[in-house]
Design a protein around this ligand. Structure first.
Ligand SMILES: NC(=O)c1ccc[n+]([C@@H]2O[C@H](COP(=O)([O-])OP(=O)(O)OC[C@H]3O[C@@H](n4cnc5c(N)ncnc54)[C@H](OP(=O)(O)O)[C@@H]3O)[C@@H](O)[C@H]2O)c1
Length: 320
C-alpha cells in the first residue's frame, strides 16, 4: 500500500456501531479529479440510510466509507484539471449517490463537482451545506418557485428544510415553515413568515391554496393544502416510483416532483454567492470529531435534529 489515511470504515451494514476508525489507502486523483484534504465532513440522513443497508442495491461489496459532504483544501490535482490548484479551499458532495468516502482524511472528487468554499465561511459550516443546499436549490428550481408564491416547507428546521426556507425567501416567496414549537424561534431567525406546529395543528386541514409544498418529512397528505396547478415536491420520497401520491395529486390537479439531488459545481457556486451576500446561512447544531461518527449517526437516527451535524476531520487553521 502507498500512503495511508484515517477513515471511518463500516466493515458491514448495520447500526451506528459499525462505524470504526481504521487506516486505509489514501486515494490518488485520476484524470479530471482533485484530491481534497478533508477538514470537515457533513452528515446526512442518506449516510445513515446507506450505513443501515436500506439502499444496498445501489452499492457494491463493502467495506464502506460513507459520507458525501466535505470541505477542505486541494492537496493534488489529476491530469487535465485547470479550475483548481493545490492549496485552494473547496467544498462539495462528490459522486452522490455513488459512494464518495467523505468520512476520511482525503477524498477524490471530480473537479466539476466541487466549488470554491464561500469566503468568510469556515470548513465546518461549508461541509454542512452541499447535499442539503443542492437538494433545496434543485428542488425549488424544479418546482419553479417564483416571487409572491406561498411556499409551505414541511420539516423546516431540518437540514434541507432550513435551507429551503431561506432559498424560497431569496426567490421572493411567502414561506410557511412546519416544525415543532421548540423550533419556531429558529424558523423566525431564518426568515420564515409563518411557523406552524405539526404536533398541535393538522396542517393538511389548516392551509389551502398553497402554490408549492416542499415536503422534507414524508407527509403526502399535504397535497390537500395545494391549489390546482400547485406543485408537491417529495424530498424523502424522491427514489420511490409513482404511487398513491401521484393518484392523489392527479385528482387535485397538482404536479409531483421526485428528484434525487445531483452533484453540481455550478449549483454550489450559486449557494456560495448567496452565503457571501448574506441571503443564506447554514445552522450547525453539533460538531464531533471524526472518531465519534457513530454518535452523529445515533442523533441522525432520531429524525429530530435541528440544522446539521458535522464531523471535524482536521483543524486547517491550526494545521493539526
Ligand atoms: N431527494 C433527495 O435527494 C434528498 C436529499 C436530502 C435529503 N433527503 C431526505 O429528505 C428527508 C429530510 O432530510 P434532512 O436532511 O432535512 O433531514 P433532517 O435534518 O433529519 O430533518 C428532518 C426534519 O423533519 C422534522 N420532522 C420529523 N418528523 C416530522 C413530522 N411528522 N412532521 C413534520 N416534520 C417532522 C424534524 O423536525 P422537528 O424536530 O421539528 O420534528 C427534522 O428537523 C430525509 O428523509 C432525507 O433522507 C432526500
Amino acid at each position: 500500500m502507498g500512503e495511508s489515511m484515517r477513515a471511518l470504515v463500516a466493515a458491514t451494514y448495520g447500526g451506528p456501531e459499525v462505524l470504526r476508525i481504521a487506516e486505509v489507502a489514501r486515494p490518488e486523483p485520476g484524470a479530471g479529479e482533485v484530491l481534497v484534504r478533508v477538514a470537515a465532513a457533513g452528515t446526512n440522513p442518506a449516510d445513515s440510510v446507506a450505513r443501515a443497508g436500506l439502499i444496498r442495491d445501489w452499492f457494491g461489496e463493502g467495506p464502506y466509507v460513507w459520507g458525501w459532504d466535505v470541505s477542505g483544501v486541494v492537496a493534488a490535482v489529476g491530469p487535465g484539471v485547470a479550475r483548481f490548484a493545490p492549496g485552494d479551499q473547496v467544498f462539495g458532495m462528490p459522486r452522490f449517490p455513488q459512494p464518495a468516502g467523505g468520512y476520511a482524511e482525503y477524498v477524490r472528487a471530480p473537479a466539476h463537482e466541487l466549488a470554491a468554499k464561500p469566503d468568510g465561511m469556515d470548513h465546518t459550516a461549508a461541509a454542512a451545506l452541499p447535499l442539503c443546499g443542492l437538494t433545496a436549490l434543485q428542488t425549488l428550481d424544479l418546482a419553479g418557485v417564483s416571487p409572491g408564491q406561498r411556499v409551505l416547507v414541511n420539516g423546516a428546521a431540518g437540514g434541507v428544510g432550513h435551507l429551503a426556507v431561506q432559498l424560497a425567501k431569496a426567490h421572493g416567496a411567502h414561506v410557511i415553515g412546519v416544525a415543532q414549537d421548540v423550533n419556531h424561534p429558529f424558523l423566525k431567525t431564518i426568515g420564515a413568515d409563518e411557523a406552524v406546529d405539526y404536533t398541535t395543528t393538522r396542517v393538511a386541514d389548516a392551509y389551502r391554496d398553497i402554490d408549492v409544498v416542499i415536503d422534507c418529512a414524508g407527509d403526502d397528505g399535504l397535497v390537500a393544502t395545494l391549489r390546482r396547478g400547485g406543485v408537491f415536491a417529495s424530498v424523502p420520497g424522491a427514489a420511490r416510483g409513482p404511487g398513491s401520491l401521484e393518484r392523489a395529486a392527479e385528482a387535485s390537479g397538482v404536479r409531483v416532483v421526485r428528484h434525487i439531488v445531483l452533484p453540481d459545481g455550478a449549483g454550489l457556486a450559486r449557494l456560495a454567492q448567496l452565503v457571501e451576500s448574506g441571503s443564506l446561512s447554514v445552522a450547525v447544531s453539533r460538531t464531533l470529531p471524526l472518531e465519534e461518527g457513530a454518535v452523529a449517526h445515533e442523533l441522525l437516527d432520531t429524525g429530530h435534529t435541528r440544522g446539521k451535524i458535522v464531523l471535524v476531520v482536521r483543524d486547517e487553521e491550526a494545521g493539526a
